[in-house]
Structures are given as structure tokens and as C-alpha cells.
Design a protein around this ligand. Structure first.
Ligand code: BMP
Length: 219
């Protein structure tokens, strides 16, 4: 079954915890990034991990030189189960994060995923990212990252990237608020893959009901 990752881009702790509690029956993983961490504190990652017991993906889209990527990865991956990085900055920046993840795996005994963005879901990605996204997908394969990010807003591109990277799970944002259609995307995604859904769930009147709708569609 394709999994559901909730993008928890809300701006205060109470709202975040309420949504986690109300949706946790239907969500497989929670993605936490700048909006929530910058409006609370970094330890919100640990708090949500402890409360939800779900897989927590830290979405800081690391795009820096290796030493800086390493620092951000160490701080966030300590409690999270995975981290999202940009590939366009080059192999060395990703390898640095993979090294941190391996060390933390040894230290904590928990799996730490390094996830690489190939092509983003928003319209602006067409100009600079889409022209190199095949190469980024090839690079993800070469580095054997744990998952890649590819767009639900462009099912043809999603399929194309899937054809390049056959054996690495895809995490796919863009369904709902960005206009991507779940039925089209589910023809492409497979068992180990995830869809990421944020606003359609956390901005809805009843986030639990909305998460349940996605859960049923994924089944
Ligand atoms: P929403 O369903 O509200 O559009 O949220 C999508 C989430 O996925 C956001 O957290 C966004 O930052 C993230 N995301 C994306 O939308 N497109 C990408 O290409 C990569 C992302 O991480």
C-alpha cells in the first residue's frame, strides 16, 4: 500500500499536536520542516516523534557545502528518521549527509534515511530543475539514497523518473492543494512509495476525516 506522509507545515505547537493526535490513525509518516521548527523550537521534532510514534522526516532541503550540510543533518536527524536534501549542490554534499546518517544509525540503533529531491512540484521548478532532473535521478541511483522526491503535479515526469530510478522509493508531493490528482499518481506509485499531503489535511475543517479519505483511497 502506498503510504501517506503528512506535511505538518503549521505555525504553532498546539495546532501541530492537535493535528498529529487527530490524524495519527491514518498517517504513516510526518514531515516537519522550516515552518513548524522556526515557529517553535527544534525539539518539536522529538516531541512529535514521542507522541506519534510515526516515522518523522525532517524537510530542511539541505543545499549547502558538505560541512554545513553535516551540521544541519546532525542536529535534525538525531530525533528524525530521515532528512530531505537537494541534489543539485553535488554528490559531495549528499555523501556528507549519508555519512552523518550512518554514524547516527550506529549511535542510536535506528534507521536514518537520506532522501534526495529530483524534481520539485511547483511551476517554477520547470525552469531550472526539470532540465537536470534526469541527471539528478541518475545521481540518486548512483549514491543509492534511501528515497527520492518527485512531483505528483506532473504524472508524466513522475513516471519518467520512476523509470530511471526503479528500486528506490519515491516520496511525492503535490496532491490536493497543488492540483495533483491521486488517481493518476496511484497508477505510477508502488508499495514502498509515499504521497505527501499537507494543506488539504491540516487546513480542512476536519483533518481527521480528510486524512481518513486519503487512507481509504490509498487502500
Ligand atoms: P501541500 O500538500 O500543502 O502542498 O504540501 C506539500 C509539502 O511538500 C510541503 O511541505 C512542501 O514544502 C513539500 N514539497 C513540495 O510541495 N514540493 C516539492 O517538490 C518538494 C517538497 O518537499
Amino acid at each position: 500500500m502506498v503510504k501517506l506522509m503528512l506535511a505538518l507545515d503549521v505555525l504553532n505547537e498546539k495546532k501541530a499536536l492537535d493535528i498529529v493526535n487527530s490524524t495519527s490513525d491514518y498517517v504513516d509518516a510526518i514531515k516537519i520542516g522550516y515552518p513548524l521548527v522556526l515557529s517553535t523550537k527544534l525539539d518539536i521534532i522529538k516531541k512529535i516523534k514521542d507522541i506519534s510514534k510515526k516515522e518523522i522526516i525532517c524537510d530542511f532541503k539541505l543545499a549547502d557545502i558538505p560541512p554545513t550540510n553535516e551540521k544541519i543533518a546532525s542536529l535534525t536527524l538525531k530525533y528524525g528518521d530521515g532528512i530531505i536534501c537537494h541534489g543539485f549542490v553535488g554528490e559531495d554534499s549528499i555523501i556528507a549527509v549519508q555519512r552523518v546518517a550512518k554514524d547516527l544509525e550506529m549511535e542510536t540503533g535506528h534507521n536514518k534515511k537520506v532522501i534526495m529531491v529530483t524534481e520539485m512540484s511547483h511551476p517554477g521548478a520547470l525552469r531550472f530543475m526539470a532540465p537536470v532532473s534526469d541527471e539528478l535521478a541518475e545521481m540518486a541511483k548512483k549514491l543509492n539514497v534511501d528515497a527520492i522526491v518527485a512531483p505528483s503535479t506532473r504524472p508524466k515526469r513522475l513516471q519518467h523518473i520512476r523509470n530511471i530510478v526503479r528500486d528506490i522509493p519515491i516520496i511525492s508531493p503535490g496532491i490536493g492543494a497543488q492540483g495533483g490528482h491521486i488517481d493518476e499518481v496511484l497508477k505510477i506509485l508502488e508499495e514502498e512509495d509515499y504521497i505527501i499531503v499537507g494543506r488539504s489535511i491540516y487546513e480542512s475543517e476536519n483533518p481527521r476525516e480528510e486524512a481518513h479519505k486519503y487512507y481509504k483511497l490509498l487502500k
